[in-house]
Write a protein that binds this ligand. Sequence first.
Ligand SMILES: Cc1cc2nc3c(=O)[nH]c(=O)nc-3n(C[C@H](O)[C@H](O)[C@H](O)COP(=O)(O)OP(=O)(O)OC[C@H]3O[C@@H](n4cnc5c(N)ncnc54)[C@H](O)[C@@H]3O)c2cc1C
Length: 467
Amino acid sequence: MNTAEQYKDSLRARKIELWIDGVRVDEPLAHPKVAPAVEAVAATYALAHDPAHHGIATAFSDLTSRPVNRFVHLFRSTDDLVKKVLLQRELGRITGTCFQRCVGMDALNALFIATFEAGDVPHARFVRWLREVQQHDEMVCGAMTDAKGDRRKRPAEQPESFVRIVERRPDGVVIRGVKLHQTGAANAHQILVMPGQALRTGEEAFAIACAVPVDAPGVVMILGRQPSDDRKGTPDAGNVRYSGQQVVVAFDDVFVPSANVFLDGHLAAVSAMLDAFTGYHRASYGGCKPGNLDALIGAVAEVARLNGVERTPAVREKMIEMVHLTETIHGLGLAASHKSTRHAAGLWRVDALLANVCTQTVSRLPYEVVRLAEDLAGGLVSTMPSLADAAHPRLGPILANVMGSPERGRMLRLVEWFTSGAGSVPLRIECMHGAGSPMAQRIVIDRHADWAGKVRVARRLAGLPEV
Ligand SMILES: Cc1cc2nc3c(=O)[nH]c(=O)nc-3n(C[C@H](O)[C@H](O)[C@H](O)COP(=O)(O)OP(=O)(O)OC[C@H]3O[C@@H](n4cnc5c(N)ncnc54)[C@H](O)[C@@H]3O)c2cc1C
C-alpha cells in the first residue's frame, strides 16, 4: 500500500494534458488550484498507514493475497460495505471536502458485477486489470456523465454528446467524446470510462466500459472552476489544507487496447453496472457528507463560542438540529450497507431502496444545515475583509473589533468556504446532483418500494379480502 508521499511521487511520473484557466500546466502538483485536491487524495493513502484506522482504511484482497487500501477493494461482505461508510465519514471529517476516490471504488465494484454478467472473457480482463490496480495502489476515477445535449434525445440521435467507439482495430478500439464533472481526474492514475445511462439495441457503440491511463494520447483535461478558487493556497481559503476537484475530460480519439476494454456492446451488463453503481454510490454519500458536515458544525460551534453564545438555548437548539440532520444521513448510509445482499459474482450489494432514500435526504438536509450555519455565523460570514487586512499594521487595529481574534476570523472563513466557497461544491451542488439528480433517485424508490405489500397489509387490517 502506497504512503501519501509515494502517491504524490507517482503523480509526478504522469505526462497529463491539463488546462487551467486557459493555460496548459505541466507541473499540476505545484499549482495552487490542484495542490489542495492532491492533499485530500493523499489523506486516503495516509490513513491506510495510521494504526488507529487500519481496520476501516485497509482490507485483505483475495486477488493479491495482501492487504490493500480499501479504495481499491472489492465489497466481499456486509462488513466491507459498513466499513466503507465509516471510512468515508472519517475522511470527510479529516479533509472537510471530497477526497475523490469513492467514484472509482464504487465503479470498480459495479464493473466487477457487470463483467461477471457479461461473460468469462470480459470478467477475466477486468479482474486482471483490477489486480494490477491493487498491486500499484492506483487512484481510479469514474467517468460516467456525458455532455448529453438535448436531454429528450437518445445517444444515437446526437452521438457527439456521448463517449462512443468511433473506430475498431484488430487490437482495440478508439473512443471519442467528453465526460463532465470528473472528480479527481487530474489527481488520478486511471480513468474508468462507463456509460452514464441504460442503452438500447442500436446503441452498442455507446455501451463501452474501459480503463484509460490519464496520460494516454488524446486525453485532454480542463479543470473546473470553483467558487473562491483564487483564494486557494492563501489564509483566506477557509479550508487551508484541502479541496475537491472536478475536471472536464475529453477523449479526443483515444486508443484503448483490447485488454482494457471490459464492456463492448453488452447492453444488459450496462444496466447491471448502473444499478450496482448507483446503489453503492448513493450509500457512499451517507459517509462523506456527514463527515463534511461534522467539520462545518465544528466551525459553527467555535464561532458561537467565540461570540459568547454557545450555551444560549436558541443557539443550542440550532446546533442540536444540525447534528440530528447529519446523523439522519449517516444512519441511512449505514442501514443501506447493513441490509446488503450477496450477488452471484461474490460481491455484496447495498439495499437499493435505503441507498436511494439516503441520497434523497442528502439532496435536502445539508442545505438546512448550511442555512442554520449561516444563521449562527452572522453576516460577517459573507462580508469579512481579507485576513491579510487584519494583519496589516494600519488596518489591524481597526479590524480587531470587527473580526475579533484571529481564530474567529479563520473560523468564519471556514464557514464561508463550506457554505458559499469552494467547499460548497461538495456540500451543496454535489449533494444535489452527484450520483444522479433527485429525480433519478425517486425513480428507483418507486421501483423498489413494495407497493403491493403495503396494500396487502392495509387491506388485511381493514378486514378486506386479499386481491
Ligand atoms: C461536484 C460533482 C461531482 C461529480 N463527480 C462525478 C464523477 O466523478 N464522475 C461522473 O461521471 N459524474 C460526476 N458528477 C456528475 C453527476 O452524476 C451529474 O451531475 C448528475 O448525474 C446530473 O447530470 P447533469 O449534471 O448533466 O444534470 P442534468 O442531467 O442536466 O439534470 C438537470 C436537471 O434536469 C433534469 N433532467 C435531466 N434529464 C431529464 C429528462 N430527460 N427529462 C426530465 N428532466 C430531466 C434532472 O432531473 C435535473 O433536475 C458529479 C457532479 C457534481 C456536481
